[in-house]
Design a protein around this ligand. Structure first.
Ligand code: PLP
Length: 425
């Protein structure tokens, strides 16, 4: 592969064109393995950023893609519809919380978030109320487009860089009580204070249920989410749940909000929606929100991307839902959770470890010092695994089909890294 061209001309996520980090050339992927150009096979611990839940090159997903590409890859969604979109939306509505009745298909996670925020703004506009603020949590992450960034943690997403351009929203303290700890009612106080003070201006609360992902890999208590739902009801504020990272079984439930037995007014999904095959996302909402939005001045919802409802993506997503309907994911994520709960606590004895946590098919090691990205990435590749940490977080989100020996190998590679201080800054 022409890695020199790649280095000189191609921008990779969150990297510099001046001092790009090493990129490892991948030629194919199968099951839980990523094959490098030099023939080495790495056990995947990332599911390609939470998306490849069934593993790579899955026959059922491949078949759906082949079948659909021979019929049509894409056709505009304005004024037309097709079976792949209908099949997918039927399945999504069957899986999602019961109150959600309308699906808006979009291109990526960030766009699903933009759509959700626009829905909330249009909802209040239609009701004749001017509400333009969103209440969210510190340490959250909702994407890299502007509105999504405006509700993402201000420090992590460097709001200072875009000051004057980004709308300013309200941030409450992130939950401090961990998923497995005893609930402390004080945890909700700051959120309660902010919703009490600002509710007349707040169009919606937006947050990631149970797991705050890219903003810190924090796994919090379901009671926090229950209290948020109660407070949103009490103050008549919409609740948007961003399940883009957590949806489709990752936390051991189909949707993370099930841990708290609550329903959102608006739900965003993406990432694993197509089993990691291609980009597609969806924003689901209740009839109350949809009908209010469309009963307003605009008479419709003002959004419609070119590739909305892409049939190829919908067909693969439907096939991914079919795999989930086989219900093997429950057993698989339970097994991965059990392995993490057996293997991660002993890592705490290492000097470099600040905390370990896990839930479903998510395992996190928080370190006291930030990783040296170049060095630790090379270490993991040498160990035959693919784990991509950031800052002080080494985390694993393996495909659900991972066997115990794969998880053990991932954790062994992390343990070896912890014994090598030069892999950290
Ligand atoms: N919301 C959450 C919770 C995410 O984790 C992400 C991506 O990591 C996004 C939104 C943005 O999704 P995308 O990268 O597909 O735009």
């Amino acid at each position: 592969m022409d890695l020199d061209f790649d280095r000189r001309h191609i921008w990779h996520p969150y990297t510099s064109t001046l001092t790009p980090l090493t990129c490892y050339p991948v030629t194919s992927a199968q099951g839980v393995f990523l094959k490098l150009e030099d023939g080495r096979e790495l056990i995947d611990g990332m599911s390609s950023w939470w998306s490849a839940i069934h593993g790579y090159n899955h026959p059922h997903l491949n078949q759906a893609a082949h079948q659909q590409i021979d019929a049509m890859s894409h056709v505009m969604f304005g004024g037309m519809t097709h079976q792949p979109a209908i099949d997918l939306c039927k399945k999504l509505l069957a899986l999602a919380p019961d109150n959600l009745q309308h699906v808006f298909l979009a291109d990526s996670g960030s766009v699903a978030v933009e759509v959700s925020l626009k829905m909330a703004l249009q909802y209040w506009h239609a009701k004749g109320e001017s509400r333009s603020k969103f209440l969210t949590l510190r340490d959250g992450y909702h994407g890299d487009t502007f509105a999504a960034m405006s509700v993402t943690d201000p420090d992590n997403s460097m709001h200072s860089l875009y000051k004057g351009f980004l709308p300013e929203h309200i941030f409450a303290r992130s939950p401090q009580t961990g998923f497995w700890q005893e609930w402390n009612e004080r945890d909700i106080e700051d959120f309660k204070h902010k919703i009490t003070e600002h509710h007349r201006d707040i169009a919606a609360v937006i947050l990631e249920p149970i797991v705050q992902g890219a903003g810190g890999m924090r796994i919090y208590h379901p009671q926090f989410l229950q209290r948020v739902r109660q407070l949103c009801d009490e103050f008549n504020v919409l609740l948007i749940l961003d399940e883009i990272a957590t949806g489709f079984g990752r936390t051991g439930k189909m949707f993370a909000c099930e841990h708290a037995a609550i329903e959102p007014d608006i739900l965003c999904v993406g990432k694993a929606l197509t089993g990691g095959y291609m980009t597609l996302s969806a924003t689901l909402t209740s009839s109350n929100v949809a009908n209010t939005v469309c009963g307003g001045e605009a008479g419709c919802f003002m959004h419609g991307p070119t590739f909305m409802g892409n049939p190829l993506a919908c067909a693969v997503a439907t096939a991914s839902m079919e795999l989930l309907e086989r219900n093997e994911w429950q057993q698989q994520t339970k097994q991965i959770e059990r392995l993490f709960s057996d293997l991660l606590p002993k890592l705490k004895q290492h000097d470099l470890v600040a905390d370990v946590r896990w839930l479903g098919a998510i395992g996190v090691i928080e370190t006291k010092r930030p990783v040296n990205m170049e060095a630790i990435q090379a270490h993991f590749v040498d160990q035959g695994v693919w784990i991509r940490p950031f800052a002080k977080l080494i985390y694993m989100m393996p495909p659900y089909i991972s066997e115990p020996e794969h998880i053990e190998k991932l954790v062994d590679a992390v343990e070896l890294a912890l014994k090598n201080p030069h892999l950290f800054q």
